[in-house]
Design a protein around this ligand. Structure first.
Ligand code: GDP
Length: 152
């Protein structure tokens, strides 16, 4: 099949925030309540997985809106992504911060927290999603693709 474009988009975040579900939802249009933990996806494997961050075009950094600690972990991930993807002109790759599980009550991360992370960590924007209820998934991917295309 001839390809017009081929992009490498990282989907990163702490274990259980919904990365596997996000990709399944976007690619296959399905949601399963009880996914198994992705092998190699646990947070303590960060040093091992850094090599996979190289040569990426863009990045989705995901946290769980009901778990403030999962947002803190995004700081480490963003730094790791940036350090593996420095271009000659020192631009970082486009990164969208994604707060998933917005269908759940009792969010422990505020809009201000997401605004602060986005500006401090140099993300292009933040989005809230519910993979479960299929909210904002397509929009998030479009946002990333647009940002990539602007840099081609
Ligand atoms: P990963 O470890 O980041 O790949 O996370 P998974 O995709 O395996 O999801 C972890 C758990 O969260 C699973 O039980 C999913 O069904 C659940 N989950 C994922 N996205 C959502 C969401 O938007 N809302 C709710 N309520 N649960 C979700």
């Amino acid at each position: 099949m001839p390809l017009d474009y081929l992009f490498k988009i990282l989907v990163l975040g702490q274990s259980k925030v919904g990365k596997t579900s996000f990709v399944q939802r976007y690619v296959r249009g399905v949601f399963n309540e009880g996914y198994k933990v992705t092998i190699g996806g646990q947070e303590d494997t960060l040093p091992l997985t850094r090599a996979f961050f190289k040569n990426a075009h863009a990045c989705i950094i995901m946290f769980d809106l009901t778990n403030a600690q999962s947002l803190q972990y995004c700081t480490l991930l963003k730094q790791a992504v940036d350090s593996e993807n420095t271009s000659d002109d020192c631009l970082t790759i486009p990164c969208v911060l994604v707060g998933n599980k917005c269908d759940l009550p009792n969010h422990s991360v505020s809009v201000k927290d997401m605004d602060d992370f986005t500006s401090t960590m140099n993300c292009i924007t933040w989005k809230n999603t519910s993979v479960k209820e299929n909210k904002n998934i397509e929009e998030t991917v479009w946002c990333i693709v647009e940002a990539i295309m602007e840099r081609q």
